[in-house]
Design a protein around this ligand. Sequence first.
Ligand code: DON
Length: 615
Amino acid sequence: MPSARQPNPVERYLADLLERCRPLEEGEVATYIPELGKADPSWFGICVTTIDGHVYEAGETRRPFTLQSISKPFVYGLALEDRGKAAVLARIGVEPTGEAFNEISLEPGTGRPRNPMINAGAIAAASLVAGHSLEDRWNRMLALFALYTGRPVELNDSVYRSERETGHRNRAISHMLRNAGILTRDAEPELDLYFRQCSIDVTARDLSIMAATLAGGGVNPVTRERALGAGNVDEVLSVMTSCGMYDYAGEWLYQVGFPAKSGVSGGILAVLPGQFGIGVFSPPLDARGNSVRGVAVCRALSNELGLHSLNAPRIALSALRARFDLRARSSRRGRSECERELLAEHGHEAVIYRLQGDLSFAGMELVARKLGSEPAETLLCVFDLASVREIDAPAAHILRELLIGGAGVGREFALVGLARHPQLERSLGEAVANGSLPRLVQYAELDAGLEWCENRLLSAHGAASADALELPLAEHELLGGLDVEQLRCVAQLAERREFAPRQFVVREGDAANELFLLVRGGLSVLASGQSGELRRLATLSPGMTFGETALVERGARSAFVRADSAAVCWVLPCAALESASRAQPGLMIALLGNVLRSSLQIVSRLSRELAAGAP
Ligand code: DON
């Protein structure tokens, strides 16, 4: 037994990064808001939250500080939700300025602030937050940050008062906005709302969860609550990328390469879309107003972990987990010799595409190209979506087009795991309803999809349906090689039994004293799972035998056998068989030889599949 918890390399990396950046002593704590000047320059914390909600913490990740400018992208997001993109763009631009956060200038011609990350744009964005009154709008902002952080947040009253008393430059900016008609109400209350949003207390941990919320498309990964509509996440991340670090934005993109936002109290929030969020807190700032240690941490994370956002993972290549045909893997349904031969000959006519992860355009383009180059004799295709987490709209569109186009050239499709993607299921259902698709074949498990391929191939190539014809007893595989006398003896002992669909042939725990030779229909071997449900272990077709262990030992049945369709078995009582074989010693040897042969065939097929690595 291990004596301690397995060390986590990411935790250790962050703890080490904290110690490597701690000795950086440059920078000054902001004092232009007097209350911020009280911060201790040695405070330092790093926090990373993954998009599945795991929080890594190193250093002082729970020490409160005020959001300051880090509030800006979030309030901008709220303005987008409240007013829509066009109305917001009419009042606030999206061009980086390359100047300081508190520059006093508006875009010539339009009179708009150049972007929502400089103070002018942020004050304008706050003014667009909807509500009946100033207090209502403020409460909506608090509720917004509570959604992003996953906890109630509060105003830091002393920082708020300190900024309100000294923020004359921001006062000048607000009056300029009022004069330009960007603010349509009194400047002072609008400015007050901006001062309040800057004075909300958060921690480095909160910042990383807020960032992870943006990284995960607007849903808080810890609480699973949506904070921002998916349609506005790209806009918020875009302005953070181009303008989040003010006059350092270009170099930041070059050196670090992911969207981020800094605040004068020493916080930096950074977003790795689709991966995780970062929150760093260390009060000393460089000349551009960004946390010295925060910038160093982000640079190290980017360079050491290969996180530059333009260094994108090759998602297209990982969307297709495997492509194989029916010769590489068969279903669990047992098949007669003749069926096995047919499937070996025609197995290449059914292909299985196992997809995985988040499917987007790039991944589906690859699938479309591969399917397009399948030979014309590929009659059947299974798309296994059971390991697909999400399918975006363009990918879903391509998949639908593939099914429609394929049906047009005579291909048949089955989908596995479609029920996990209700939107796609609905859209394919509509395609069937409007006649663009002939039918929708879908299964919960790949095994059922494989069985569908086998059945379609067998019927396409003329194998008799298991349900239609009854195999003469003498042609049953168990009786292969028996002489006339032995066959007559078996026929005398055997009793013919018929089973209705879903009728149990044997039940778990029954005495095992008979041998069953299936000659018509299909049977399933089922075992009870942990929660009492029946799981299919195997299926049997005409020509196959079950209960043969009773020939070797008489115990209790270890599984249920149930008829899938109307089925017929010849049943041999083991005791009678044993006494008959006393007079005919060759009979038992011949029967056991056939049992052994069919068991060896199964073992060798399974070993081959295992060695090839089940695709
Ligand atoms: O407007 C201000 O001066 C502050 N409340 C926020 C400034 C800020 O955080 C700039 N970011 N680096």
